[in-house]
Ligand binder design. Structure first.
Ligand code: NAD
Length: 400
């Protein structure tokens, strides 16, 4: 088969301990009026305040919005947009976890094009370029710093939904692992589990037929030779760093590897997309109000088990890279070993083992399967065909 590769990425990515000090110089390239989107906890963090102080010392005019709410309810977005409308920023900086980076993307869309978040739900609804976004992650998980997605919670509809457009890929990602040293173990675990799920789902996603018209055809281009390299880099980086970072939050080497893994996973799934674990998490997250990362990571081993017949070779390739099994292990053996090891790693950092542990009620299983199958973008990207019966089977297996 001939090689095909395609990626959509930020213009620049800075990665490394201490790189946050470059933020003011980076922001300056886009203008003088800077909107900063963060949340109450990070807004009062000395490290973040120092970064904001650097902007002022460089002569930039900064407006701080520090009321971003977790999971990004649309009320929170409208509140930010009202606060910033008369400020007319040249650039928006999102500093924080996925919620704050997605806030920066959503605010940039609304401040540029007007309307409400619902005007942009789904793919390709953003009509053109937006105010440039700089993303500064403080968790190692979502990969939002490089993806074309902002996930928002539509509280009236009781659902989380994505705004997906190449126009909202941040212009610059500034990734400084030192900013994650303050993540407590639970946050490290669920955001790291999110990153591992992105990496594995993007590596096993369906490849699309290359087309001469890719830029218009898909927000997610599809799994390809380049996204696979990012996915494998992500899996190997996360594999050896998640548990050490969970056990000892001050282990900077582990924090660096984990952030490299989450960045690479974001590059992979921002191009290849995700699949069944994400489709099932959306209703589960709505029903249980549990963290996105806990949900997708709880589901990952069950989804891998379902997908195994279609993924034996891909799973074996991952297992060999991780030096699992021995020289005599067949691809079939390695695919089973990988699933057990993934479940073991996620269990070792306290990811809930079942949907029941996540708080899903027994009588919500059918609704969960029906809701998940309706998310066709993710369903169609799954390596093994999914219908309602398949969704019911995965949900039942993951329940207890
Ligand atoms: P988060 O942004 O919701 O933050 C969770 C909590 O962690 C907050 O209280 C925050 O203050 C705290 N926190 C963040 N950084 C910290 C640090 N360094 N030290 C201590 N506390 C810190 O969490 P998240 O898991 O990063 O993001 C989840 C959100 O991202 C969800 O809304 C999810 O749907 C979305 N998401 C987006 C994408 C994307 O591509 N845009 C991908 C996956 C998930």
């Amino acid at each position: 088969m001939s090689l095909f590769g395609a990626m959509r990425l930020p213009r620049s990515v800075l990665f490394g301990s201490g790189q946050r000090q470059a933020l003011a110089g980076v922001a300056e390239q886009f203008g003088h009026r800077v909107l900063i989107c963060t949340d109450p906890r990070l807004g009062s963090d000395q490290e973040i305040q120092a970064l904001i102080g650097n902007l002022g010392r460089r002569g930039l005019s900064a407006l701080l919005y520090d009321q971003t709410q977790p999971d990004l309810p649309i009320d929170s977005i409208m509140d930010c947009v009202r606060a910033a409308a008369s400020f007319t920023p040249d650039v928006v900086i999102g500093i924080g976890g996925g919620s704050c980076m997605d806030m920066a993307k959503a605010a940039a869309v609304l401040l540029t094009h007007g309307g409400e978040p619902s005007s942009y739900y789904g793919e390709y609804k953003v009509p053109g370029p937006v105010i440039p976004v700089i993303a500064v992650p403080t968790t190692s998980g979502t990969g939002s710093e490089v993806t074309p997605v902002a996930v928002v919670a539509d509280t009236a509809k009781g659902m989380k939904i994505g705004i997906a457009s190449p126009h909202i890929i941040p212009q610059v990602a500034v990734c400084d692992p030192e900013l994650t040293l303050s993540c407590p173990p639970r946050l490290t675990a669920c955001s790291g589990g999110d990153a591992l799920t992105h990496a594995i789902e993007s590596f096993t996603a369906l490849a699309r037929t290359p087309s001469a018209d890719l830029t218009l055809q898909h927000v997610f281009i599809g799994k390809n030779a380049l996204s696979d390299h990012f996915a494998l880099l992500a899996i190997s980086s996360i594999w050896n760093s998640l548990y050490p970072a969970y056990i000892n939050g001050n282990d900077l080497q582990a924090r660096e590897n984990l952030m490299m893994g989450s960045l690479a996973a974001g590059c992979a799934f921002g191009t290849a997309g995700t699949a069944a674990a994400h489709a099932i998490q959306y209703p589960v997250g709505n029903a249980t109000h549990t963290a996105h990362g806990d949900g997708v990571a709880s589901l990952l081993p069950y989804v891998m088990e379902f997908n195994r017949p279609a993924c034996v070779d891909n799973f074996a390739q991952i297992a060999r890279m991780l030096r699992l099994g021995d020289g005599n292990s067949s691809n079939d053996d390695l695919s089973r070993i990988l699933i057990d090891e993934v479940a073991g790693l996620l269990g070792s950092v306290g990811i809930p083992r079942t949907l029941k542990d996540l708080g899903l009620a027994a009588d919500q299983q059918q609704w969960t399967a029906e809701s998940a199958i309706s998310i066709q973008r993710l369903v169609k990207n799954n390596p093994r065909p999914l219908d309602l019966r398949a969704m019911q089977a995965i949900t039942a297996a993951a329940y207890s």
